[in-house]
Design a protein. Structure first.
Length: 344
């Protein structure tokens, strides 16, 4: 049965980049949204609070500052609210940071997700949607990345925690019948983005006349996906709880489906764009050339990502509509406005 407005949805990480945009989209659609975030200092807390200012006071939205890695706090929240669905967008983000701070990723991404799943199954919620990542494809070289591909060779702890969450979610679907859907996001960008992401860092450096670090000598490609496409797809997925695959065969198992109510989908732009092209479009939007500091590949990084999205399209009609030629100027417009920078 579909989960339509005015159903109540818990959005974790609601002060974060994707969680903020998803909370706004769900309230626009008429859902009741309860947002939570611990407002940690991984990046600017001021930016997170400014996102929340855009949400707080909106009809149908309320916010609680809390840490979902604390089981008692999660349980208490679910006792106070009867959630129809959970959109678990919160996580300790960043591939490179996970190499230096592994415990933060285990605690937030693995323990936190397990806490939420446990409360969701007790509640019970009717659908648990969670953010996975294209990074789970790790050492895979077959393109485009397909949900039926094995993902057993992650090359960062961040990726390993995201794959762990997919496995934990499956056990809750299998043991308790909790419908779970994992969405593997591909390089999300757009207004209100994170300062540790390439577009934000490149924009800041170019405007300040500083060089930008370009890894693998610039020989990289990414499936850059505009945030509006991501949140529209996520909201559509949320409304349709996962169901068991009727013809699932344990002798030839497909890793993206199950005899339990469990699904995994890629959600991307279905275009692999050269990083040099991405920088060219950014230069055009800024009206200023970049100085490139060409560097070798970083540990935990991959040369290319490219999402197969056929399954998500078949399930929900998902079709991304925003090329980088449209999305990057929208980010630049927001960046200039947010930081009070006049266009030159």
């Amino acid at each position: 049965m579909r989960i339509d407005p005015p159903a109540k949805v818990l959005v974790t990480g609601s002060a974060g980049f994707i969680g903020f945009h998803l909370s706004r989209e769900l309230t626009r659609r008429g859902y009741q949204v309860v947002g939570i975030d611990n407002l940690n200092n991984y990046y600017s807390v001021e930016l997170k609070r400014d996102r929340l200012k855009e949400l707080v006071g909106s009809p149908g939205f309320e916010f609680h500052q809390m840490d979902f890695s604390v089981a008692e706090d999660v349980s208490s929240l679910f006792d106070r609210h009867r959630f129809d669905a959970v959109a678990h967008m919160g996580a300790q983000a960043g591939v490179r940071y996970s190499i230096e701070n592994p415990s933060a990723y285990i605690q937030s991404n693995v323990v936190g997700t397990a806490n939420l799943l446990e409360s969701a199954r007790k509640s019970p919620a009717r659908h648990f949607v969670y953010a996975s990542s294209s990074s789970v494809y790790g050492m895979n070289s077959k393109l485009p990345f397909d949900e039926s591909d094995p993902v057993d060779h992650p090359i960062s702890l961040y990726a390993a925690t995201k794959k762990s969450c997919e496995l934990i979610a499956h056990t809750y679907s299998h043991l308790h019948g909790l419908p779970t859907t994992g969405l593997r996001f591909f390089t999300v960008y757009g207004p209100w983005g994170r300062p540790d992401m390439a577009l934000f860092k490149f924009t800041k450096a170019i405007l300040e006349g500083l060089p930008i670090d370009v890894y693998n000598q610039g020989i990289m490609r990414r499936d850059f996906t505009y945030v509006d496409d991501i949140v529209a797809g996520t909201a559509d997925v949320l409304a349709g709880p996962a169901e068991p695959e009727q013809d699932w065969n344990p002798s030839t198992p497909r890793p993206n489906t199950s005899s339990a109510p469990y699904r995994i989908y890629n959600i991307g732009n279905h275009q692999s764009v050269e990083l040099t092209r991405f920088i060219e479009v950014l230069e055009g939007a800024l009206g200023k050339r970049a100085q490139l500091n060409l560097l070798p590949m970083q540990p935990g990084d991959v040369p290319e990502t490219y999402a197969a999205i056929d399954r998500l399209h078949e399930a929900t009609g998902y079709l991304p509509t925003t090329p980088i030629e449209v999305g990057i100027p929208k980010f630049v417009e927001w960046y200039r406005a947010y930081y009070g920078l006049a266009e030159r």
